[in-house]
Write a protein that binds this ligand. Structure first.
Ligand SMILES: *[C@@H]1O[C@H](CO)[C@@H](O)[C@H](O)[C@H]1NC(C)=O
Ligand SMILES: *[C@@H]1O[C@H](CO)[C@@H](O)[C@H](O)[C@H]1NC(C)=O
Ligand SMILES: *[C@@H]1O[C@H](CO)[C@@H](O)[C@H](O)[C@H]1NC(C)=O
Length: 224
């Protein structure tokens, strides 16, 4: 279970790879890109604390000449888990009802302190997995926070600072109430759609730039 979680952390690229070398693929700030998954192959150790020493194998390579994944790379590196930002344990019972509305969890791409005040934000959105069969979908979106607004009755919460702070909270949940929570309605480019933070009054137009990863449950071994 722990390893499975770590694998997911790596796939959504919120992990820190510390190697005595540069990360071997470019990460352009705010730019569109291929996000690389890594399989963590831990070294034999009895240690239960500290950075995880492992071989990291690029996941998944592709032969296509136009693919951004046309390589096999294996790293010697360590993974430092700094925080378990999101943990949703899945229940395969078919009596767990699906959320009626489409929901994604969001994670900022610019985690520098200067990112806290930038009105234009690049984010990763991860579809919130909840009930079988479900789908694991990660996308890259942008939000022009000057276009956000609040439900009326909440004027005090609706200043730009508060909106930014809510949007930049890692793991915050967004609902897209106009869409039912199914694979057909997943967010794909070039959609622009209004989303709502479920824990607050903030609504924003979300611009979908890129679909990064999509697999279908319950076993998540088929691409969508
Ligand atoms: C882990 O502990 C066992 C039992 O003490 C020992 O035999 C083994 O060599 C240790 N493995 C490593 C990689 O340190
Ligand atoms: C992993 O890389 C470190 C840093 O270069 C090096 O000291 C260590 O020997 C390497 N370990 C293996 C098993 O290759
Ligand atoms: C899974 O959901 C079912 C139906 O709601 C419930 O009866 C069961 O206790 C849950 N299992 C776990 C491990 O939470």
């Amino acid at each position: 279970m722990i390893l499975k979680n770590i694998f997911v952390l790596v796939i959504i690229a919120i992990s820190t790879l510390r190697a005595n070398a540069q990360y071997p693929v470019p990460i352009p700030p705010g730019g569109r890109m291929a996000v690389h998954g890594w399989l963590i192959l831990p070294w034999n150790t009895n240690a239960t604390e500290g950075p995880i020493q492992a071989w990291f194998s690029h996941h998944v390579p592709e032969f296509g000449a136009d693919s951004p994944h046309n390589f096999q790379i294996v790293l010697n590196g360590t993974l430092t888990v700094r925080e378990l930002t999101t943990a949703v344990y899945l229940n395969e019972s078919t009596s767990v009802p699906s959320y009626p509305d489409l929901r994604y969890l969001s994670y900022p791409r610019d985690m520098s302190s200067s990112g806290d005040t930038k009105p234009f934000q690049h984010m990763y959105f991860a579809h919130e997995i909840h009930s079988v069969p479900d789908f694991d979908h990660i996308i890259h979106v942008s939000i022009d926070t000057t276009q956000c607004h609040c439900e009326k009755n909440f004027p005090l919460l609706c200043n730009s600072e508060n909106i930014l702070q809510q949007i930049r909270t890692p793991g915050v949940e967004w609902s897209f109430p106009t869409l039912t929570n199914d694979l057909q309605n997943r967010l794909l480019p070039p959609t622009v759609i209004k989303g709502r933070i479920t824990s607050g009054p903030v609504l924003c137009p979300i611009t979908v730039l890129e679909s990064i990863h999509c697999m279908i449950g319950p076993d998540f071994n088929h691409k969508c």
